[in-house]
Write a protein that binds this ligand. Structure first.
Ligand code: ADP
Ligand code: MG
Length: 314
């Protein structure tokens, strides 16, 4: 992507492949016992990359700022993103860091996840391409708690993005340390749309209901979108709740459903859809993404989303 081309979305995101193991005996046993599994897939992982791929699939001009090592996993991530149509000029390669990896032991209805953070925790705000930041209509931050190196400089970056006229969204995902702080409140002051899932919204606020969490977060963030898994999602805007049900799909793997949902929501925001329309579109994007193993194998195009959204509810 050259300097003059317009850019819809810049993702400030962590990058890593997912190694998904399926079927057979997925319980690791120490003592050098070798167990056989039925299948293995190396696929584009990380919320940052899955969200970016989802946006590109929906037709948004998308770039990602991220950090990888000079290694096989880093090359894999970069090539995959390029194949999905995501601009990769903002990915920094650093020979002194190792690209992280997530290993997923997938039992269908449940999964165990092992992650080596590596480079994910090491990108800093100074490494974010300021030209990309200046050009983007929208900036989205993924996996706040994993991107530890980015945290200190993030409020400044987001403030600059909004000064340029960009809108800003964030999906923190889970905090592996379960502290739920690490400067998050300061960063949220510069966020227009916050997209946690239900457990995350409750953990961040200490509230016991989504309504209470929405009231609390509503003091900082104008638009709160809470993802409810197979129950759909809701948006809280100016104290008012909007709801959308999930759609029925043949679920194979829910990895990345939240990121594909986010892509659908941001697409709707940039396309000027109403809050109910963008919430519904996001639910469709999240659901359709679960049809394949991994996060990026079944993300929909806008035409596919439109064909479902237009269908009357049963
Ligand atoms: N089993 C499912 N069936 C249908 N839709 C689903 C299912 N799981 C997720 N989705 C859709 O994807 C969205 C995001 O998934 P969710 O699991 O809530 O997010 P996260 O991965 O961030 O926890 C949901 O709001 C829903 O619309
Ligand atoms: Mg999530």
């Amino acid at each position: 992507m050259s300097g003059a081309e317009p850019l819809d979305v810049l993702v400030l995101g962590e990058l890593n492949p997912d190694l998904v193991l399926t079927g057979g005996d997925l319980t690791p046993r120490f003592g050098q016992v070798e167990s056989l599994v039925a299948g293995s897939t190396l696929t584009l992982g990380s919320s940052g990359a899955i969200f970016a791929a989802g946006c590109a699939r929906l037709g948004l001009r998308t770039a990602i700022a991220g950090l990888v090592g000079e290694d096989t996993f880093g090359r894999f991530v970069r090539e995959q993103l390029r194949d999905f149509g995501v601009a990769t000029s903002g990915i920094v390669t650093d020979s002194t860091v190792a690209t992280g990896l997530t290993v997923i032991l997938n039992r269908g209805e449940d999964r165990a996840i092992l992650t080596h953070l590596g480079a994910m925790a090491q990108m800093t705000a100074a490494q974010v391409d300021t030209d990309l930041l200046a050009r983007a209509r929208h900036v989205h931050v993924t996996s706040y708690f994993l991107q530890r190196g980015l945290q200190p400089g993030l409020p400044g970056l987001l403030e600059q993005a909004r000064r340029n006229g960009s809108t800003v969204s964030m999906d923190t995902n889970w905090d592996p340390d379960e502290r739920w702080t690490d400067g998050l409140r300061e960063a949220l002051r510069h966020v227009d749309v916050f997209l946690p899932n239900e457990a995350e919204a409750l953990a961040i606020t200490g509230a016991t209901s989504v309504a209470a969490a929405a009231e609390e977060l509503g003091r900082t963030v104008p638009e709160l979108v809470v993802k409810l898994g197979a129950r759909g999602a809701e948006t809280w805007l100016r104290g008012e709740r909007h709801q959308a049900a999930a759609i029925a799909v043949d679920v194979r793997d829910t990895t990345g459903a939240g990121d594909s949902f986010d892509a659908g929501y941001v697409h709707g925001l940039l396309a000027g859809l109403s809050v109910d329309e963008r919430l519904r579109q996001a639910c469709v994007c999240g659901a359709l993404s679960t049809r394949a193993i991994g996060g990026v194998g079944a993300q929909p195009t806008v035409d596919e989303v439109a064909s479902i959204v237009r269908k009357p509810a049963p």
